[in-house]
Design a protein around this ligand. Sequence first.
Ligand SMILES: Nc1ncnc2c1ncn2[C@@H]1O[C@H](COP(=O)(O)OP(=O)(O)OP(=O)(O)O)[C@@H](O)[C@H]1O
Length: 228
Amino acid sequence: MLIFQNVEIRYKSGNVAVSNINFKVDKGEFVYIVGPSGAGKSSLLKAVFKEVEPKKGEIFLFNRNITRLKRREIPHLRRQVGVVFQDFRLLEEKNVYDNIAFALRVIGASRKEIKTKVLDVLKIVGLEGKGKRYPNQISGGEQQRVALARALVNKPEIIVCDEPTGNLDPTTSDEIMDILNKINLRGTTIVMATHAKDIVDKYRNRVIAVQDGSIVRDDAQGGYSDVL
Ligand SMILES: Nc1ncnc2c1ncn2[C@@H]1O[C@H](COP(=O)(O)OP(=O)(O)OP(=O)(O)O)[C@@H](O)[C@H]1O
């Protein structure tokens, strides 16, 4: 599903964010990327949806080498990868329905198809009946559910989440984790960067720990702080 081979990511400033990164994620896995601030977690995720390009090494996604794609090939790849951020990144001037429908309109889906798909994902994230609300009329947890619904609507085989519970209280974080687990049980691969020790310890999954740009641990059912 996803393979990193000897990947190095270096920013224009000369900063080496990560180097010599090797890992493989199989279809249907749920993987946490943990590590202290600045360790390189976000950089690894950004490489998956092509916001950054590795300086060295290769990345394979869906059996395809995505290391160096042409600019025009990137939108197609991004539609196959659901992305969720800490700060939700919803369009404030659009209601919940339109935030989710947006990605489908861009690819020219019919009104009927859009309606079916949006209502379907709203149900998955438990937001039936809230389509007409605007982001500032719903809670942070609900905003993150909308972001999850938006990530899901194209039925991606993989979802990458960067600190999805970082702005949420513990109860709301649990609700988001329940949805992520449900999505994962349906077969979607999930790669999630997080600082949330309690979540990593509570919902046991594979843990890849990153420190100073290197992988220092990769445990099938690890906890958060065995090494870090
Ligand atoms: N746009 C950028 N330009 C230059 N350096 C950057 C950029 N983004 C990140 N870095 C550097 O790359 C390294 C890894 O950053 P990254 O954001 O991947 O870490 P992180 O583990 O996700 O941190 P956090 O948990 O704080 O989000 C850090 O040294 C950071 O300062």
